[in-house]
Design a protein around this ligand. Structure first.
Ligand code: NAD
Length: 313
């Protein structure tokens, strides 16, 4: 099973490394406009292979993506300290205008995972280009809030002293400042968070929830301030999505996909809990949200829609 990664900077290379360490797929091809960088990442990651399952990894060109099952799109320029994701839009949209048609031309059967920011808007752009080649929208997946959901779960898990794998809590909407933490439907082992907090003798009142919200919403800004960019979390998310696709796992991720309607907003790419398997996005789950969360989700959808319109899409 061949997996292509286009853009082998920190996010692309970390995704490839995560795939290798988890033994997902059989062959990984790294494509970057900076061929030297792709060669160097491929060589570095190759040297980890003797410690894990045998896999092939190499640098290549678009032609080498032929028959790839999944293509990860991580080409772009990165967020600078203090820069909002939307400020990146123009620069990365230009890169996508070059990269996406070429990827589709060489791997028309692939499922495409978009990671580049602002991911919701670029997922819209990629889905629009893909549609021109007859590729259905469920085959274009934006990583969206998969990372934010992971942040929410890991922070809640640590506070409530349970394994974050067993925390069911989602972040919806935009991968960005307007994201919505769906507190009202969050649970652990089928129990509401209040019950778990009581059992664990942990405070989880309004003040503590605000702290969690801030830690999740501003995680990227803090990490970027400390080390320039974020990549491990998203690399973990991407490797899990590739795994779900190639093994048709029907796993649930909060990922971004073209959505017909969110309240009064039409035709918008945003994250909702979705079933991911061999064909890409196989379904969307309707999360019960309380009234304020619904309002926030609509505002988040409106913000993404503005970005889509700014792109002229
Ligand atoms: P990076 O600068 O380390 O790497 C980007 C790579 O893209 C570089 O190697 C560059 O040469 C390559 N590139 C640029 N233009 C290209 C083109 N036309 N064709 C092929 N390759 C090209 O950046 P990074 O840290 O890897 O981040 C990549 C993107 O992922 C950014 O937009 C970043 O904001 C985003 N990101 C997304 C998430 C998420 O959750 N979706 C998380 C972290 C970062």
């Amino acid at each position: 099973m061949k997996i292509g990664v286009i853009g082998t900077g920190m996010v692309g290379a970390t995704s490839a490394y995560a795939l290798i360490m988890r033994g997902i797929g059989r062959e990984i091809v790294l494509v970057d406009k900076n061929r030297e960088r792709a060669e160097a990442e491929a060589a570095d990651i190759l040297h980890a292979v003797p410690f894990v399952k045998p896999m092939l990894i190499r640098a290549g060109e678009y032609e080498d993506l032929q028959a790839a099952r999944v293509i990860v799109l991580a080409a772009g320029v990165n967020q600078k300290p203090g820069e909002s994701r939307t400020a990146l839009l123009r620069r990365n949209a230009e890169i996508f205008a070059d990269v996406v048609p070429r990827a589709i031309r060489h791997a028309p059967e692939a499922i495409f995972i978009v990671a580049t920011n602002p991911v919701d808007i670029l997922t819209y752009q990629a889905a629009a280009v893909a549609a021109q080649s007859g590729i259905a929208r469920h085959r274009v997946i934006g990583t969206g809030t998969a990372l934010d959901t992971a942040r929410f779960r890991s922070i809640l898990g640590r506070r409530l002293q349970v394994d974050s794998n067993h925390v069911h809590a989602n972040v919806l909407g935009e991968h960005g400042d307007s994201e919505v933490l769906a507190w009202s439907s969050a649970s652990i082992a089928g129990l509401p968070l209040e019950t778990i907090a009581q059992l664990q003798q942990v405070e989880l009142g309004l003040e503590q929830r605000e702290q969690v919200d801030d830690a999740v919403r501003n995680a990227a800004y803090h990490i970027i301030e400390g080390k320039g960019s974020t990549y491990y979390g998203v690399g973990g998310a991407i490797s899990s999505m590739v795994d779900a696709i190639i093994h048709n796992r029907r796993a649930i991720f909060t990922v971004s996909s073209l959505t017909a309607q969110v309240g009064p907003i039409h035709d918008v790419t945003l994250s909702l809990p979705r079933i991911v398997g061999g064909g890409g996005i196989l379904g969307t789950l309707k999360t019960p949200l309380n009234e304020p969360e619904q309002q926030l989700l609509q505002q988040s959808a409106a913000k993404i829609r503005e970005g889509i319109e700014a792109l002229g899409a």
